[in-house]
Design a binder for this molecule. Structure first.
Ligand code: AMP
Length: 224
């Protein structure tokens, strides 16, 4: 099963992709995570992507599509995957069809109002050592010492692209370039949306209903 998570920055895509990976055993492919790791490690890919990411702009398609092509081609992704942060444009969606050859079964948009998005982004932290994203529900209040990473104990810091002016740019890009994917996938009978309000468990409950709905239908088809 192939799942795409859509939603503006701060909607909780990364958190929910991890939960989907755990419960449904679908490998998570997060282009943002892959790019941030490359930047942390100072690889040639990281050096190419860094300035675009700092400004909240989209990294070029030839870089990002190549990353997804490598990931989707891995043996562990043969039975499906969950994509977080890709596609972000119609042209990336078309590249995904070319790469995979099959359409995603569920494109799930996590909807959240702008005030709640701003609140979550203001609290979000990233670990300087392992890159774990620490969400608002378990991060220290802003202005403190930044706290420690719950995964590796490393120092936490504000993501360089979670600063107010950069957030504004990222939200504009989402509206202009990513939101058209709703219609793109709606017309392919794959689009679903749900509320991102509430706890991560509550949001995951809504997502699970959609995923299990598909898996149940597929099992039924195999039996008949
Ligand atoms: P994310 O963690 O998904 O919010 O991504 C962080 C940043 O990585 C974005 O603001 C972009 O600069 C870059 N990025 C991640 N995914 C993509 C993508 N599909 N296309 C272009 N740039 C991306």
């Amino acid at each position: 099963m192939r799942i795409i998570l859509l939603g503006p920055p701060g909607a909780g895509k990364g958190t929910q992709a991890c939960r989907i990976e755990e419960k449904f055993h679908l490998p998570k492919i997060s282009t943002g995570d892959i790019l941030r790791r490359a930047v942390r490690e100072g690889t040639p890919l990281g050096l190419k992507a860094e300035s675009m990411m700092k400004d909240g702009l989209l990294v070029s398609d030839d870089i990002v599509v190549g990353l997804v092509e490598d990931a989707v081609g891995r043996e562990e992704c043969r039975r499906g995957y969950v994509l977080d942060g890709f596609p972000r444009t119609i042209s990336q969606a078309e590249s995904l069809t070319r790469i995979d050859g099959r359409r995603p079964e569920r494109v799930i948009e996590i909807l959240l109002g702008s005030e709640e998005l701003a609140r979550r982004l203001a609290h979000r932290r990233v670990c300087r050592t392992c890159g774990a994203i620490v969400g608002s529900e378990d991060s220290p209040p802003p202005g403190g010492d930044g706290g420690r990473c719950p995964v590796c104990g490393g120092a936490l810091e504000v993501r360089s692209d979670d600063r107010p002016d950069v957030i504004r740019a990222r939200l504009e890009i989402f509206d202009a370039q990513t939101a058209p994917l709703r219609e793109y996938y709606r017309s392919r009978n794959a689009y679903h949306s749900l509320s991102g309000n509430g706890t991560p468990e509550e949001v995951f409950g809504r997502i699970s209903v959609l995923v299990e709905g598909f898996l149940g239908g597929a099992a039924e088809e195999r039996r008949s």
